[in-house]
Design a binder for this molecule. Structure first.
Ligand SMILES: [Zn+2]
Length: 433
């Protein structure tokens, strides 16, 4: 059964292009009663936002709607963590930071310990998403170990089954394992769970294997994710076939005379026929690569804390600011990455870190950009109609208490500084908190 509900707060962030803030605003939305969702997981039509405006006006227009109003609070679309690896949620101190090569060596040496018995830590990571007001995630899954837990969690998930493997002799076995995982994710498909495909990275994936995987993705019309130009080592390897990755393949994997599988452009060109392409990190992309990304409407996902820990730098955000020329400005979303390269998977902490990591950008404008990256940009990248408070969009809504927010004219900035825990979270019109 569905009903009309009205939720309001002292400040409403619409998270549209112009970052509109409504004072004493409200959102009318459909809510789905529990009896419709339980037992009918695959109901066809999600709960939508019906109207957005001044709370008082909506009360007058829809007097029979059930209603709630949050004082000293900000209401906004639930947040979007566009790149997270739940499977690595056990990690605290196992991996080495400060250099991408030392980190990768430590992951290969210790990942089996980190990946054992993950159910509890995945559940905790999901609970942390809810506490952070996150309603939608782009979950990268290397093994499928997190699939059951995520699919029944109530979180909206775009679930990327990831392909990785460079040994040409193992492609058939790798591809059959990948297809089995993808098939399982398709069996879990629902209003809240969207199967998708990830290519791990240009250095870790044989180009023939990638071709097979992309054909599957094309048949299913899924979003595509890949890690891209995360380290200087990766750039050096793709451009010159030398450096850390030459040693990595020749010493660690005993490949005689190893060569890269792609040029930088060749890797990017694989995705031109896809609608939702998410390239994560892109720290060492240059202007020509940004141009290819922007012209093909590829999306960048940035994970600032992971970038600082593994590669000692941040996405060069500055040169993209203020450029009206859309040729050079890809859509940028925000992610936490996994606990394999972060202290935790808190998107609120990620937003705060990013605020302090970009001192070159004017503060109020940066705060609004970060909020858009964590809402509308992330949802757009993932191909989900959430992330904006607008009629026809998913009823995915979060409320945070921000004491004395009505005293400020810098609402976006104060939100990022003070948002601690969601007081209310709706996903698909259903109260999670
Ligand atoms: Zn990642």
């Amino acid at each position: 059964m569905r009903s009309q509900n009205l939720i309001g707060a002292s400040r409403v962030f619409v998270c549209d292009e112009g970052f509109c803030v409504i004072k004493d605003g409200g959102v009318l939305y459909e809510s789905i009663e529990r009896d419709e969702t339980s037992g009918h997981k695959k109901h066809s039509q999600g709960a939508k936002i019906l109207a957005v405006g001044k709370y008082e006006d909506l009360v007058r227009e829809y007097p029979s709607a059930e209603r709630e109003f949050w004082h000293d609070s900000v209401l906004l679309p639930s947040l979007v963590n566009a790149h997270i690896h739940f499977e690595f949620s056990n990690n605290t101190t196992s991996f080495v930071y400060g250099d991408f090569g030392r980190w990768l060596d430590s992951v290969i040496a210790k990942r089996d310990d980190v990946l054992s018995d993950i159910t509890k830590s995945v559940q905790e990571a999901i609970a942390l998403q809810f506490a952070n007001g996150v309603g939608l995630v782009g979950a990268i899954s290397s093994y499928g170990y997190d699939m059951e837990t995520l699919s029944g969690s109530g979180l909206r998930v775009v679930y990327f089954s990831e392909a990785m493997g460079s040994n040409p002799g193992a492609i058939d076995a790798l591809f059959s394992d990948f297809k089995a995982r993808l098939g399982q994710s398709i069996a879990h498909k629902s209003e809240l769970f969207t199967p998708a495909v990830a290519l791990h990275s240009p250095y870790s994936l044989h180009h023939i294997y990638a071709k097979y995987v992309l054909q599957e993705a094309k048949n299913l019309k899924t979003p595509i994710s890949a890690h891209f130009l995360e380290s200087t080592y990766e750039r050096e390897w793709l451009m010159n076939g030398s450096g850390y990755f030459y040693d990595f393949f020749s010493r660690t994997f005993k490949v005689p005379n190893p060569k890269p599988f792609y040029s930088i452009e060749g890797f990017l060109e694989q995705f031109v026929d896809f609608d939702n392409v998410l390239l994560t990190h892109c720290l060492f992309a240059g202007k020509s690569e940004y141009k290819i990304m922007a012209q093909n409407a590829y999306n960048i996902v940035t994970c600032p804390r992971s970038n600082r820990l593994l590669n000692n730098t941040y996405l060069s955000f500055l040169h993209m600011q203020g450029r009206k020329d859309s040729d050079f400005v890809p859509n940028i979303a925000l992610g936490t990455d996994g606990r394999s390269s972060n202290a935790d998977v808190s998107l609120l902490e990620e937003m705060r870190s990013m605020l302090f990591a970009c001192p070159q950008v004017e503060l109020d404008s940066l705060a609004q950009q970060i909020l858009k990256m964590a809402t509308c940009n992330g949802a757009q990248a993932l191909g989900v109609k959430s992330g904006i408070l607008k009629d026809g969009y998913n009823a995915d809504i979060a409320v945070f208490e921000i004491p004395h927010i009505t005293h400020s004219c810098q609402e976006a900035l104060q939100f990022i500084l003070h948002a601690k825990e969601a007081k209310r979270l709706l996903i698909n019109g259903k109260g999670i908190i």
